[in-house]
Design a protein around this ligand. Sequence first.
Ligand code: NAD
Length: 304
Amino acid sequence: MTPASGPPTVTGSASPPETRVLSGTAIAADIRQQVTADVEAFRRKHGYAPALAVLVLGPDPVFAVYVRQILRTCAGVGLEGREVRVPGRASPARVRRELAALNADAHVAGIIVQHPLPPSVPLRTVLDALEPAKDVDGVTPLNAGLVTLGYPAFAPATAQAAIEILERSGRALEGLHAVVIGRSRVVGRPVAQLLLRRHCTVTICHTRTRDLAGLTRQADVLVVAAGRPGLVTGAMLKPGAIVVDVGINVVDGRIVGDVDAASADGVAGAITPVPGGVGPVTNAVLVRHVIRAAELQAGTARRP
Ligand code: NAD
């Protein structure tokens, strides 16, 4: 594989295509640099740095890693990162109270609730109680609906990150056949909607899909968000395809994606690495959403 630079590989050339690595780290740094400038401008104008509140329900140390990364990203761009922890068994009433307080806090521009939720808290509790204007990860029905209808709105950060990478891949998306594996609310569905908005022809695959390989072999763009290591192999790719691997899986203590990177090499035209692909861009997009939300709430910006 080669780092991403120069024009994309042309499908159908005589020699096997060289697979470019679509690194997310440079894209994330680029986004964070702009956000840092925007946060500084906001702080000068309004006298405070807006906050992202991360509501953490229960004591799971696995997710503590993600929360730390988000808080570090906030600090890096000058935002206040505020962890709000409800230890032990969280009740729906307590979650509603915490969210009401954060909704009412003028310094809190964005709120995310760490997933997965504990069994004691139905998702609906969060969806009903979270103020859509502060829903910077696009989980509320209002934001999901706006994204589906093609209006500007906060899309889930991971879905938006996949699009950011594709848009900078060097290939125009319009008219391409995009195949998305996964139909979750946070990744698969919103990615498909965002690709549709960019005029791709979109196929969504999931666990009940028949002949997955038959569909992936037609994909000019393949977004894989299944959470199944090695689900997609090189034999399932159209030569020259742009592959965005959203999956994060731990196998033998190593983090791997859903795509078997070794067999995809030399078949895909370009592929995101795991780690170092969608992950860093997700956090950068999240903090960009926070500063946009702050500007919107302060009446100094238009919708995203
Ligand atoms: P999910 O479990 O909610 O959804 C997985 C989807 O994949 C489902 O719609 C399911 O139908 C489909 N699927 C599963 N196995 C399949 C198979 N064998 N064939 C076809 N479809 C199949 O997961 P999610 O929250 O959407 O996350 C997906 C992956 O992305 C996970 O690995 C997760 O860790 C990762 N993720 C990464 C980031 C990031 O920032 N990079 C953020 C969120 C999620």
